[in-house]
Design a protein around this ligand. Structure first.
Ligand code: S3P
Length: 173
C-alpha cells in the first residue's frame, strides 16, 4: 500500500478514533498496527489509569519518551496510533509521517458516549474525568497538533473507511 515501509503515526485528541483508523488502515495489507499506550501498558504490565494513579503524569510522559525513542529505532512498515499527548515527542517526525485526526471536542465526546463501551472508554482515560479541564486541554492542543502534522484528516463523521481513503489520497500526492 501507501507506506513504502515508512511508518504512519496517528495523532489527535483522546477518543478521536486513532486506534480504529489504524486498524482500518492496515486491514488489507502486510502492515501492522501498534499503539503506544498498548506498548507502555505491556512493558509496565499495568493499565495507563493505574500508572497515572500510582506514579503520576510525569512518570507516564517519561515512558512515552522511551517509547518514542524505541519506535524510531525499531519500527518500520507500521501504522502507529498514539496517546493524545504523544505528539509532544521531539523525535516524532523521525518515526514517520504524522497524520492528525481532527474533530471538534463536542463530536469526540458524542462519539464516546454513543459507543457501546462508552463507560470503559471514559474510565480508562484519567484526563477525561473532568470535562472542563479536558476541554481546556483540547483548546490548548488543537494548534499544536496542527503544527506537528504532515497531513490533517477530518474524522468528525466517524467513518473510518472514509478516513482511510482520505489518508491514502493525501499520501499518494
Ligand atoms: C492522554 C491520552 C491517552 C493516554 C493518557 C494521556 C493525553 O490516550 O495516553 O491517558 O495526554 O491526551 P488516548 O488518546 O488513546 O486516549
Amino acid at each position: 500500500m501507501i507506506l513504502n515501509n515508512e511508518n504512519i503515526i496517528l495523532i489527535g485528541f483522546m477518543g478521536v478514533g486513532k486506534g480504529t483508523v489504524a486498524r482500518a488502515l492496515v486491514k488489507y495489507s502486510d502492515y501492522f498496527a501498534i499503539d503506544t499506550d498498548d506498548l507502555i501498558e505491556s512493558m509496565e504490565n499495568r493499565k495507563i489509569k493505574k500508572i497515572f494513579e500510582v506514579e503520576g503524569e510525569a512518570y507516564f510522559r517519561a515512558l512515552e519518551k522511551k517509547c518514542a525513542i524505541w519506535c524510531e529505532k525499531n519500527i518500520t512498515g507500521s501504522v502507529i496510533s498514539t496517546g493524545g499527548g504523544f505528539y509532544k515527542q521531539e523525535n516524532i517526525k523521525k518515526i514517520g509521517t504524522v497524520i492528525y485526526l481532527q474533530s471538534t471536542f463536542e463530536k469526540i465526546l458524542e462519539g464516546i458516549h454513543n459507543s457501546p463501551n462508552a463507560k470503559k472508554k471514559l474510565k480508562k482515560r484519567p484526563l477525561l474525568n473532568n470535562l472542563a479541564e479536558a476541554k481546556k486541554l483540547y483548546s490548548q492542543r488543537v494548534k499544536e497538533y496542527e503544527k506537528v502534522a504532515d497531513v490533517i484528516i477530518n474524522v468528525e463523521d466517524w467513518d473510518e473507511n472514509k478516513a482511510v481513503k482520505n489518508i491514502q489520497k493525501a499520501l499518494s500526492k
